[in-house]
Design a protein around this ligand. Sequence first.
Ligand code: C2E
Ligand code: MG
Ligand code: MG
Length: 554
Amino acid sequence: MVRVLFGDESRGDYLLTEAFLTVDGASFHVDWEQSCEGVRAAVARAEHDVYLVSASIGGGRGMALVRELAPITKGIVLLVLAKADTELEVAAVRDGAADVLVYSEMTPNAAVRTLRKALARHRAARVHAQIASPEPLPDIASPALLYGRIEGALARSRLGRAGVAVVTVRLEREHSPPSSWPPAMLLAAVERVRSCVREVDTVGLLVGDLVIVVEDQDNGSQAARIADRVLDAMGQPIAVRGSTVAVTTSVGVAAYPEDGETVADLLHGSGLAAGSARDAGGNTFRFRSSPLNQQAVRRLLLQRALDGAIARGEFSLQYQPQVDLRSGLLLGVEALLRWNHPDLGAVSPVEFVPVLEASDRINDVGEWVLRAACEQGQRWLSRGVPVRIGVNVSARQFRKRGLTELVRQTLEDCALPPVWIGLELTETLLLESSDEIREAIASLRRLGVKISLDDFGMGYASLTYIKRFPMDALKIDREFVRGLPLDIENAAITSAIVALAQSLGLQVVAEGVENEAEEEFLRSLGCTAVQGFLHAKPMTATDLDIWRHVPERR
Ligand code: C2E
Ligand code: MG
Ligand code: MG
């Protein structure tokens, strides 16, 4: 038997609460005190396991009473009954209440479950305290812990370290909140949400919403990724007792400092944003502030639109010539991915490739690119006009096991000798400096595939990395080519890159060459090849055939 003390003036509310808590033989006994004095006296007698104090007791002095009682009732569960009001809920939890029961959301189920949960958490916390564990229930943070985590994250953020965002995940099953779900279903939902966050992110439960604290994020992009993953994960129905149940998920994000400076601001803001997501029909997310929202919404839009883009045939490749600076002949081409969506039109890879890279989708699209390039390579080869095609490979594809095998198999399927394919890797990959990556590069080169390092100079890879990861060519990013030779800084950087690459026996391809002056300077440095609008923009395979027919070209 759990003994509950209910503190409120209204007899009606007492009777209702008692009825709710004793329905179905739930083992609660409810006593009633009408005044603050009465509650104080009952607390002094210490006869109860739970204090349920209404915010309106004593003419609205309930919260003050909670603050007063919290230190004395340590070891006993203190709950607040209040009208729906996020700020008040946050304040109640901060002031030591275990949770808040909202009048308008009170159903027998909700009341019983909230009390049970609070008690269970409480007991677990006691056990944890006994074995000196620093955190009660490590998988799901209590409201108090959640509050503390946001506070801590804000403090770190104010010291100039990473940003903070609070993500509220509001789940509903046919308009009923998680508090009325079967526990197994809630647990399954919590597990899914947990699987979408990183180890460092905190997940807690606050008045029926799951709340995620995201540190170390930049302009809300980390939070948007998590919001997106949560929506993805919750998109699948949940299996409960043999049947499956669909859940509507509304996610709201508030970030510091854009959306507020305090814990309450962020919780309140992300709750409101989740409300807007819900108003928009659910299964979507909203940022509290509009500029962040626009970016995030665009990302989500692209993410959705990219689903099935391969099957709908929306991708194509264009080819941009690379010209040998000594002979003036075509050295090869780079395959550049193009996406044409029926509503969005042509979207730049600068925008959609990072969206693909944020998920495993880049693997499928990367495979498609490789195959399309190999097929085109074979077409050119069989017509007696072979060209080496450089294919961009993102770090995620590279990290996935079996890339060498995939390349080998694709080449074999297309009957294309490996010399006609090259791979362009990005610098960030090398920073991981793992043995697996070194081995993957080495095995691709053993296969006969040339490896170049794309956008060299943009990241942090120094030439020491290149020594550690033997490869064939460097591509100087177009950022450093711009304005040569008048741009003194760029002139110094490109000279250094070319000289060092030569000493390592690497080819150097300069990207984004747009005028004669740039090309002349690069030639004087000893750069091997150039790629840029000066010679040609990326074009379709058919246009490339026409371009190549101009006699002086090849
Ligand atoms: P990237 O690999 O460095 O490709 C070179 C980019 O520079 C291309 O942009 C190309 O159109 C552009 N460019 C070439 N010459 C000039 C020039 O003279 N002036 C200017 N202003 N730009 C020039 P694009 O096609 O928009 O591709 C952007 C990036 O998207 C690529 O940069 C690459 O990182 C990524 N990407 C493209 N296709 C793929 C792909 O199939 N897989 C992966 N993982 N990434 C891809
Ligand atoms: Mg490239
Ligand atoms: Mg590049």
